[in-house]
Design a protein around this ligand. Sequence first.
Ligand code: GLC
Length: 412
Amino acid sequence: MAVSDNPNSEKIRWFTNARFGMFIHWGLYALLGRGEWARYTEAIPPDEYHALAQQFQPRHFDATAWARLAKAAGMKYMVLTAKHHDGFCLFDSQYTDFTSVKSAAKRDFVAEYVAACRAEGLGVGLYFTVKDWEFPAYFDGPERNPQGWAALVDHFHNQTKELLTNYGKIDILWFDCPDDANFRGGWGEQTPDVWRSQELGAWIEEAQPGILINNRGGLPGDFRTPEQTIPHGSQPGVFESCVTMTHKHWGYCPADPYKDVWRILDELISCVAVGGNYLLNVGPDPEGVIPLPACARLLEIGRWLETHGEAIYGTERLLPDWWDHTSTGRITTKDNIAYLIVQLWSPTGSLSLNQLQNDVRRATLLATGQTLTVRREGRRLLIEGLSPLPPALPFNVVKLELDGPAAAQFYY
Ligand code: GLC
């Protein structure tokens, strides 16, 4: 697997331009409504957990509805849990009966999902866990249980190959959790190569040239995956922050409170302003429906992006340091443009910043198209003529057309 540190390399350009994707955690655990870890954290016996597969018959699963919602939210790609740690597969597998095809639902949800993403023009991502609680060897580790371990690794390879052979072109392979208590190492930094990841990586390269792979498959991969956090300051290489829309769980948990739109958009913008992608999770219910509070937030974010998306898509960070914000918001840049994303509207009718060296040819408020006055006073750039009330909510964007490519200045 090639390590792509350059955000402009051909292979990864679509991804770094896209900036915003939908993560979907969905499986048997939706029936329990207590998040995707319930099997493990509640020590549910295997037979009892397996029986859930006979109840899992999502009457309202509609992959096209999911994909259209993602598009309406301004997202450019999706990542669905083909298999989570509980071992239940949303795809057809010849290596286990614990699948949605061989149980009550009798449907290949991955096939339906891939077709819908494609039809709606979204990038197709599949999450596939390395950690599989169907295998006790996962907990024993390779040294205590070499035979069981070998079977687990074979299973991991075989199912990865099924996913990458049976569903056409896949754009992102999103591995998870190659670590466990017995052989700790950072994600993507396993030594020795207990998953035979080098070998699998070579196979994948051959079978799906152009696919992007995250750093949780035992190798560094194409992008890093900060979880439940937005990094501060600029980050080396390509990264994608994955976060929940509720406070805690990834899988369906109706009691888990939702973040508000301000907070979600703040995360998206903060992530893009330090050069990353933002993968926002939803956990559909057992019938396959994305819960209403999630839909409402997504649609509101989509409406904001309709007007302000040019400050997000295809933009890059301006500030190559820990100093990644102004007093009122963030800055992104593209060609000869800097976007000042104002999160905290100024009540005085003016804004000022010291982060830009350039002269400004024209300043426009995206929400209204109003042209603003800009003055330079030494290091300080003053933007004037704003109304005391914010013209758009929750955030506004001032587009600054510059005399050349945006150049940062620092004031230590
Ligand atoms: C974690 C969790 C998991 C979730 C994932 C998303 O590693 O085990 O439940 O799927 O992160 O990043």
